[in-house]
Write a protein that binds this ligand. Structure first.
Ligand SMILES: Nc1ncnc2c1ncn2[C@@H]1O[C@H](COP(=O)(O)OP(=O)(O)OP(=O)(O)O)[C@@H](O)[C@H]1O
Ligand SMILES: [Mg+2]
Length: 314
């Protein structure tokens, strides 16, 4: 047994040509180890290959080549054990419209061979906030409720690894917070390893210990969230002057901009320029300061720098 929850070696996927569309190389040789017990973020722009990778883990998409080991079980050698170790909430809803949430969970538990006495249907319904809707047909559930039911289905067999493919897409803020609180609880109290994708980078920043960014089927970077944020030492300082002011003369390495609302925005490398140098340039120009604030780089900045694309393109 290894210490990894997931081990991926040389994973490739080429979707066969269909109609007028040529073959598509969605994953071009991915190597990735995901340790046990953490919350791991898989990020990347639209079409990067995230869902392809996740669906291969789930056994929903057949890989072209490479090796996938889940909780120590090679997917090709021990398909049943490797499947039992993982629960996947897919990006695309795959619910039977004529099942109620309770039936969906029961059927899913049956598929995984969970004996009736060990089923936790009521507990899961409560966890996903669908106790009230337990008897309603899936087709009458709202989009957000359907997504929560998908999460419930991923949990029926108490997997060691829980994979969430854009769990909060189209989910309102209150539910999103509830969902993340639940995911954290599963991680902390049950020790479940969590792997998630999201286009909301502030979520990834807040939730994930480690992050991998893929783009066009290839791994771009993989590091702890803290290290990724530390890669950029760009700081932003926003100064609101007492009275309207022009940009002062600036030390080299500092760029300035006067915003439409009159605020002066300075960008500098914290490793090269101390904040005090920016402040004294402002006061030397005779500008009285009403308010000042600084901002650290966000995961969004790192993402944009590494992929050169928008994060919220969905
Ligand atoms: N069933 C399929 N047949 C053919 N091509 C596919 C299929 N599924 C995905 N692709 C292609 O593979 C590439 C990766 O798609 P994938 O869904 O894995 O991306 P993603 O990173 O999950 O994107 P998103 O952020 O939009 O969910 C895309 O170019 C997509 O068009
Ligand atoms: Mg996807």
């Amino acid at each position: 047994m290894t210490e990894n929850a997931i081990k991926i070696e040389g994973l490739r996927k080429t979707y066969a040509a269909r109609g007028r569309e040529g073959a598509k190389e969605a994953l071009q040789g991915i190597d990735l180890d995901i340790p046990r017990g953490g919350i791991f973020g898989l990020l990347g722009p639209n079409g990067a290959g995230k869902s392809t990778l996740i669906n291969i883990l789930a056994g929903l998409v057949r890989k072209s080549s490479g090796k996938v080991t889940i909780w120590g079980f090679d997917q090709d050698v021990n398909p049943r054990q490797s499947r039992a170790a993982i629960g996947v909430m897919p990006q695309e809803p795959n619910l039977d419209p004529f099942f109620t949430p309770r039936q969906s969970l029961e059927v899913q538990a049956g598929l995984y061979g969970v004996p009736r006495s060990e089923r936790r249907t009521d507990e899961i319904l409560a966890l996903i906030g669908l106790t009230d809707k337990a008897g309603s047909y899936a087709r009458t559930l709202s989009g957000g409720m359907r997504r929560r039911l998908l999460l419930g289905k991923a949990l029926v067999h108490s997997p060691q690894v829980l994979v969430l493919d854009e769990p909060t897409a189209g989910v309102d803020i209150e539910l999103r917070n509830m969902l993340w609180a639940n995911v954290r609880r599963l991680n902390q109290e049950r020790g479940m390893t969590i792997i998630l994708t999201t286009h909301y980078l502030e979520e990834a920043e807040a939730m994930c210990d480690e992050i991998a960014i893929i783009d066009r089927g290839a791994m771009i970077v993989r590091d702890t969230t803290a290290n990724l944020l530390g890669r950029l030492d760009t700081k932003t300082m926003v100064i609101e002057p007492e009275t309207p002011a022009d940009l002062p003369e600036l030390p080299s390495g500092v760029t300035g901009e006067r915003r439409a609302d009159g605020a002066l925005v300075f960008t500098y490398q914290s490793g090269k320029t101390p904040a005090a140098a920016v402040l004294s340039a402002v006061s030397n120009a005779g500008i009285a300061i009403r308010d000042v604030r600084t901002a650290d780089p966000r995961l969004e900045d790192v993402f944009l720098e590494l992929t050169g694309s928008g994060a919220n393109r969905t």
